[in-house]
Design a protein around this ligand. Structure first.
Ligand SMILES: NC(=O)c1ccc[n+]([C@@H]2O[C@H](COP(=O)([O-])OP(=O)(O)OC[C@H]3O[C@@H](n4cnc5c(N)ncnc54)[C@H](OP(=O)(O)O)[C@@H]3O)[C@@H](O)[C@H]2O)c1
Length: 355
């Protein structure tokens, strides 16, 4: 049957991976962003601002997707503002597509903040959620832009008669430049700076994260689950966690990451050591390193998002994720987590994004 995908947020860490997976599976795929990049071969760019209904209508003229993959968000200072902006993006998009009546399925990527709470109250207020996190856990009694985005999808699905799936990754490990949250690239840049300066590769996070069990989501796994759900009748109208499928402790992984770069690892030393402070004065150094090593991106803050890595690794609880729901329906993909990082580091080096 004819299928055309619209990947929304196609230059992001999740969206670009989804676009690649769709094209590898023979889909026709359009990729929407305000400034679409041209680095996914075969992806048809659509330039539009989701907050500007007029630009959206004009840009989507002639695009008739059967499947929509929403992998976008904007960060605002408070959760109330996050809700206003991120719900509007979903609402505007689905309203712009509604008159065409071509959409059969909408997949929305949110994340584990569904269970942990928004950045305003991230895993700190009230009772910490039970782990492993399960899709059946009820919403938290705090406002959350993910809930608002889900509600927009549910309302439009009812109105326009399409099916939906919700996908909740943990920290996404993948390649993106200039995006908001990228732990893998942040650690790659930090380790490269350690290598250059002889500084130790210091774990920045909490005791709970150092010692506890954890998992992450390779962007390729996220992409596989989105495409699987789009193709699987039994996956209609469900929310799914998506992680690599193995468990690890940062106390195990940290030294392996350090070894890849050939830098000395220092583990948890009794207190959180925020990376944002450690890297605050490295901007000029990175420009010099870019010059010296012929790197493609001299702006440190287009590669590293230390604020987000600090939030992730500083959490006061171990966080891991149950994968039973999609596995029971036949989603069998698996990814070793150390190789998620090593593959990303090798790609960043091959693209001259790190030395
Ligand atoms: N990154 C992670 O580690 C992680 C972990 C768990 C959950 N998540 C969740 O996954 C979802 C997707 O996040 P992501 O990290 O994949 O995103 P991302 O890498 O920050 O990319 C965002 C994408 O959306 C586009 N975009 C942003 N504002 C737009 C607008 N107004 N109009 C049109 N396009 C716009 C961006 O391109 P332009 O800037 O060119 O418009 C980009 O393509 C979010 O809900 C996030 O919370 C992410």
């Amino acid at each position: 049957m004819h299928r055309t995908a619209l990947v929304v947020g196609a230059s992001g860490i999740g969206g670009s991976s989804v676009a690649r997976e769709l094209i590898a599976n023979g889909w026709i795929a359009y990729g929407l962003a305000r400034q679409p990049k041209h680095d996914v071969a075969g992806l048809r760019p659509v330039a539009a601002d989701l907050l500007d209904p007029a630009s959206l209508a004009a840009a989507l003229h002639g695009v008739a997707p059967t499947h929509v993959f929403i992998t976008t968000w904007m960060r605002r200072a408070t959760e109330a503002e996050n809700i206003a902006v991120n719900a509007a993006m979903v609402r505007n998009l689905l309203a712009a597509l509604a008159p065409r009546k071509t959409v059969r399925h909408v997949a929305l990527v949110t994340g584990l903040k569904h269970y942990l709470g928004p950045f305003d109250a991230y895993a700190t207020s009230g009772t910490l959620p039970d782990t492993p996190l399960r899709e059946s856990q009820p919403r938290l009694p705090v406002e959350n832009f993910y809930y608002a985005q889900e509600d927009e999808v549910y309302a439009a699905a009812e109105r326009d008669r399409f099916t939906w799936s919700i996908h909740r990754p943990h920290t996404v490990i993948g390649r993106a430049v200039g995006n908001a949250m990228n732990l893998g690239t942040t650690l790659a840049v930090y380790a490269s700076i350690c290598k250059e300066t002889g500084r130790p590769f210091q774990f920045p996070g909490s005791a709970a994260q150092w010692n506890g069990l954890s998992d992450v989501t390779d962007a390729r796994m996220l992409a596989r689950q989105l495409v699987w759900a789009a193709d699987t009748d039994a996956a209609r109208n469900e929310a799914f966690n998506i992680v690599n499928g193995d468990l690890f402790r940062w106390s195990w992984l940290w030294g392996r990451l350090a070894d890849w770069f050939g830098v000395p690892a220092v583990g948890f030393t009794g207190s959180v050591q925020p990376l944002e402070a450690i890297m605050a004065s490295d901007h000029a150094l990175w420009r010099e390193m870019a010059e010296r090593h012929g790197l493609a991106e001299p702006a440190l803050d287009r590669l590293a998002s230390a604020w987000h890595t600090d939030l992730d690794l500083g959490r006061p609880l171990e966080v891991m994720t149950d994968m039973a729901r999609s596995r029971k329906l036949g989603f069998a993909a698996y990814q070793a987590t150390d190789e998620s990082f090593f593959d990303l580091f090798a790609q960043l080096r091959a693209e001259r994004l790190i030395p």
